[in-house]
Design a protein around this ligand. Structure first.
Ligand code: GLC
Length: 684
């Protein structure tokens, strides 16, 4: 059961498409302070708290203070409080479990047993809030009910499940061609190459630099013949430049966010001085969304929306203030205090609270100061694109993912988890974040594999890909100035090839499970406790995940580890894909139809140590379950979904069945009964 409690006059966020009537009763569980800003509740000893989507730390959110205020923050570290998303949904695993969703677009903090070990204290910036309490029998049941409430998750086209190669630094057609040639020469599968800001003319949205990408339309078409897609980036800020039509139109029509005095707010982002379109306003969304047609008409079928927290390096006002303060420091002889103040001064003007409180949005007949609705900005940029796609291409799926998000955005696009680092700890963070993202509706998601900032290493990239082959959005992306990070840069090509090929082999399963999760409000990635609620050990596991109906994953995420400890809540089949050389030394090797060797070893429930060499990818099949596998191909378009072979773990059962989903990967008639087929496996 879901009950809505409403306080004050909350802004309509459209996070919940069909809001139940507010009940008018007292809010249960929480003690609400008189000013309506804080909500407190005692936590039971060892009670697990799930949720919060894109956040740092563990699956169990206890022991830290998290802030929901979409942040352009490349420091995904233990001391961080907020990342790019604001996902205010929590589930409390207690005797009578319940979930809560705070539909509040301003800043919120969740002190979950941090200041006081046994108390959760939630603070909202304003008392105006819609609060949903979700009752249910189990945490997973509550998550499903919540997912139903917030509406069906975004479904990308099939090519969006293919591997994407990206780098901030592919500047021109020749750079892209070189990458594609290498992929082809090394026999590595690939579906897309992402275009970062350098494809544009001076970082102007919806322009293509014709010097660096001559005959763009022809180029897009020629790549499409090879089943390769280009995925350009679109940034939130519109460059201020006389004669640039997007700027001119936006200014003339009053489509940009304004300051108190009515002038257009100016923020410094990649293009230099920019204006922010007021995405919360439906007219502005329509106008901006239709601009994407320039690229879709050139053959583009996918986009990534960036810098939409919105990120701002500086504002005119912030820059001026910092300038004065710096001048003041230099006006006298510099002392230690002055010296350290200098560094801080420039940093403090980026993404500053004062700037977020200095411009306004106009929508639904209201005028809202930006900071009060901050978390809706990126969400509505994504919505702008998605609404425009739906209007022009009603039957077609386009690929779309964003950096900033709020619950509700999950209906319009996916998200990638922003500027992580090439650190082993960020591989683990990626693992822990996936189930929380799924709980909040973000199924099409993934991290920058190999890490965005800092130099990666071959072993880190390989281990990360071994997990990344399971994330729906699978993209290798890295920052300018870091070590080149394509999988062919690190030797041992065979290991990288087998890993990427496994992604394509698994596509029948990944696609089926993704579609079932989207259509039936399930989580693709789940904490073990969701499937084994009675198992106290399962509840404590933070580095293994259930993946779809047949699999459990236990990735290796530590450098130089050649295996790891795992906990099996029930008997499972340990499956490990190995190299041909290794197969010669193994006694019990099995082979897929195309001769690919693997080991399949039943293991009893309990604790084990498993060996997993650096070039091996492993997974666990649950008892009575099937894993369909396809023949690998170089792109998703070339995959043959019709007759998968299966790895089965009968575990005493005579007949096993798997609900297999296929469609054309492009159109939207998902619910056609013919998309579902039953794969039946009989033990001879
Ligand atoms: C931001 C994005 C990153 C991108 C860069 C340049 O940092 O998060 O992915 O490469 O901007 O556009």
């Amino acid at each position: 059961m879901i009950t809505r409690y409403t306080f004050g006059n909350p802004v309509e966020t459209y996070a919940v498409p069909q809001k139940p009537e507010a009940c008018g009763k007292l809010l249960p569980f929480f003690e609400r302070s008189e000013d309506g800003l804080t909500y407190s509740m005692k936590l039971n000893k060892d009670e697990i708290v799930y949720g919060l989507g894109e956040q740092i730390r563990g699956i169990n959110k206890r022991g830290w203070t998290y802030t929901s205020f979409c942040a352009d923050n490349p420091h995904h570290e233990e001391g961080t409080h907020s990342l790019y998303g604001a996902h205010n949904f929590l589930v409390f695993d207690r005797e009578k479990p319940f979930g809560v969703f705070f539909d509040h677009p301003g800043e919120m903090t969740f002190d979950i047993g941090y200041s006081d070990l046994d108390t959760i204290k939630i603070t909202a910036r304003y008392p105006d809030t819609d609060i949903y309490i979700i009752d249910g029998e189990t945490p997973y049941g509550i998550v499903r009910a919540f997912r139903k409430l917030i509406g069906q998750s975004y479904i990308p086209p099939l090519f969006g499940f293919g591997f994407q190669q990206s780098r901030w630094g592919y500047r021109c057609k020749e750079d892209v061609d070189r990458v594609l040639e290498a992929y082809s020469a090394y026999g590595l599968p690939l579906d897309s190459v992402c275009l970062d800001i350098d494809y544009m003319e001076d970082y102007k949205d919806f322009t293509v630099n014709s010097g660096r990408f001559p005959d763009f339309e022809d180029y897009v078409a020629s790549l499409k013949k090879e089943n390769i897609h280009l995925i350009p980036i679109i940034d939130a800020g519109v460059k201020i430049e006389e004669g640039y039509d997007v700027y001119e139109e936006g200014r003339e029509n009053g489509y940009f966010c304004k300051k108190q005095d009515g002038s257009d707010f100016v923020a410094g982002v990649w293009p230099g001085r920019t204006h922010f379109p007021d995405f919360l306003n439906p007219d502005v969304r329509k106008w901006f969304g239709e601009k994407y047609y320039r690229l879709t008409e050139a053959g583009i079928e996918g986009f990534w929306n960036d810098m939409n927290e919105p990120a701002m390096f500086y504002s005119d006002e912030g820059l001026e203030k910092a300038k004065q303060q710096i001048q003041a420091v230099f006006s006298k002889e510099i002392d230690i205090e002055g010296f350290f103040a200098l560094g801080g001064l420039m940093n403090s003007i980026s993404n500053s609270p004062a700037d977020y409180a200095s411009f306004y949005h106009e929508f639904d007949g209201i005028r809202a100061r930006h900071d009060t609705v901050h978390n809706l900005f990126g969400y509505n940029m994504t919505k702008a694109a998605a609404e425009a796609f739906a209007a022009k291409y009603p039957d077609r799926r386009l690929l779309l993912y964003s950096r900033a998000s709020y619950i509700g955005a999950h209906r319009y696009g996916g998200i990638w988890t922003g500027d992580n680092m090439s650190w082993w700890s960020h591989l683990l963070l990626n693992i822990k974040m996936m189930p929380s993202l799924n709980m909040c509706g973000f199924l099409y998601s993934g991290a920058d594999l190999g890490g965005f900032g800092a130099d990666t290493s071959g072993d880190l990239l390989l281990r990360w890909l071994q997990f990344g082959i399971f994330t729906p959005l699978m993209r290798d992306h890295s920052a300018i100035g870091t070590l080149l990070q394509e999988p062919y840069r690190f030797g041992n090509i065979d290991a990288f090839r087998r890993t990427l090929q496994l992604r394509y082999r698994l596509m029948g399963y990944i696609y089926s499970e993704f579609m079932k999760a989207a259509l039936e409000d399930e989580c693709l990635f789940r904490p073990l406790a969701f499937d084994y609620p009675e198992d106290t050990f399962a509840k404590r596991v933070e580095d293994q995940l259930m993946f779809g109906e047949s699999l459990m994953l236990a990735p290796v995420y530590e450098q130089n580890a050649r295996g790891r400890y795992v906990y099996l809540p029930e008997d499972m089949l340990f499956v490990k894909f190995i190299s041909l050389e290794e197969a010669e030394n193994e006694r019990f090797v099995e082979y897929l139809e195309d001769g690919t060797p693997y080991i399949a070893k039943p293991m009893p429930a309990g604790h084990h140590y498993i060996d997993v060499a650096l070039d091996e990818t492993h997974l666990f099949v649950r008892p009575g379950k099937l894993l369909p596998l396809l023949r690998p191909a170089n792109t998703t378009a070339e995959l043959d979904f019709t007759a998968p072979e299966v790895i089965a773990y009968p575990h005493g059962q005579k007949e096993l069945a798997y609900r297999y989903y296929t469609d054309d990967g492009v159109t939207k008639d998902y619910t056609e009964a013919s998309h579902f087929k039953n794969i039946v496996f009989t033990v001879k």
